[in-house]
Design a protein around this ligand. Sequence first.
Ligand SMILES: Cc1ncc(Cn2c(C)c(CCOP(=O)(O)OP(=O)(O)O)sc2=O)c(N)n1
Ligand SMILES: [Ca+2]
Length: 528
Amino acid sequence: MPDVRQATYDLLRSHDLTTIFGNPGSNELPFLAGMPADFRYVLGLHEGAVLAMADGYALARGGSALVNLHAAAGTGNALGPLTNSVYSHSPLIITAGQQVRSTIGQEVMLANVDAATLPKPLVKWSCEPACAQDVPRSISHAIHIANLPAKGPVYVSVPYDDWSQEAPPEARHLLERTTGTAGSLSAAQLADLAGALDAAESPVLVLGPEVDAQCGNDDAVRLADRLGAPVWIAPSASRCPFPTRHRSFRGVLPAAVQGVTDALAGHDLILVVGAPVFRYHQFVPGEYLPAGARLIQLTGDPGEAARAPMGQALVGDVKDALARLAEAVTAGRRPELPPLPEHPPAPSGGDRLHPAELFEVLRENAPADAVYVKESTATAADFWAQMDLSGQGSYFFPASGGLGFGLPAAVGAQLAHGDRQVIGLIGDGSANYGITALWTAAQYEIPVIIVILKNGTYGALRWFSKVLDAGETPGMDVPGIDFVQIAGGYGVAATSVRTRAEFADALAAALRSGKPAVIEAETELTEP
Ligand SMILES: Cc1ncc(Cn2c(C)c(CCOP(=O)(O)OP(=O)(O)O)sc2=O)c(N)n1
Ligand SMILES: [Ca+2]
């Protein structure tokens, strides 16, 4: 009769969860001891990097990722990046080792006290099974909950003496279980929506990360073309749901109430698809909607629908709805939009690279299907003005702004992408929150390119201190960090550049090398 560990590995294999991102402690060894040969373990040196690598891997592959953390201490280290995963709807299956079941109450060393509570509210569901025999079913429960809409991370704590217990014979039924949803809009709901779009004088689309996550970008293009409508990306963009050189593209909405209202002024119907309404950031009070505008939100997440402060909301499959709406609306009711102007020329001639120059070099020289993982928070305006993103899964940003996602997520995304080059665009502040992932990239020969934009300061916070009229505050500058030395110390070849030509040469060399590479780019300070 198989034991709980064998039954669990069989279950994980049946869900294609054969890559374990982890950092072990004694509580985890009895589980890991039996790891079958067709599984692989990807070691991260800090659990924040472990979680973020798993998140990047899951986002890039459009599926789940399995994480194994050490008790409470390992879980605590992972909570930072987990603030992003819960809002990017990443279906991470997080397991943590627990002390021997009969000693937890004594709170012996490494007891994860009240384990199922620890990760809340950053997980969709968590549990510590009531007995060893329920471990396989609990992990199956977690996997299905994580992948049913709205997707999200889950957490299961397992006492380490459970693994050697005999598994219940009924655990074999778990291997065949499947769950799914039929969350499409009804014909009547779709007809109402299409009718509202046709009747609108000036409709506008606002697209969110769920459109890209569901591979709905092309459906959104068809709908925009048939409507002749402009398209914005929803505020605090964590993905790119629409081609940035399409004639409808208007950029990313500002993350402020009045900013959104000003940007959407003149439109009488605002259709928000696959985004919360909205992920505001800087508090700039104002009217939630332009005069005369009606907002309709379409999301797969009931929580996003319920907590919006205005408008109507429908919960359903966003890709399916976009595709059906593109067929249902009447084409040609509005004049075709003019083509976009050329990219603005990047400033040049400074004694260090302007971020716009750096992005221009990437646009001109990186592969057209490159995947960008960005965590450089003062360069958003230049990035969206310069880049030409068109494919699914071409851009990721921490969905809650929790730093420590970018560099490790780029490593995880490259591990998932054998065929696309992943390029991390990481601020010299952000790089430090997940820097240990460079070691994993070196050890597992993951050919990710990490560009560190070094402006010597927490640029976004300098901008925010102006917004908040906070004046000069302590803790803004991060001078004197040598990322070439640090990268070398973790085993990754690195170079430092400060001119356009030097960056272009370093990028070309990194692309040719097929190895992990760090390019430290001395850059000017800009505003988001
Ligand atoms: C885990 C964590 N700690 C601190 C912050 C606060 N923070 C910090 C520290 C930022 C500055 C990042 O600086 P950078 O060098 O990475 O990028 P820029 O210079 O382009 O802003 S932006 C921001 O929200 C955060 N978001 N997440
Ligand atoms: Ca910086």
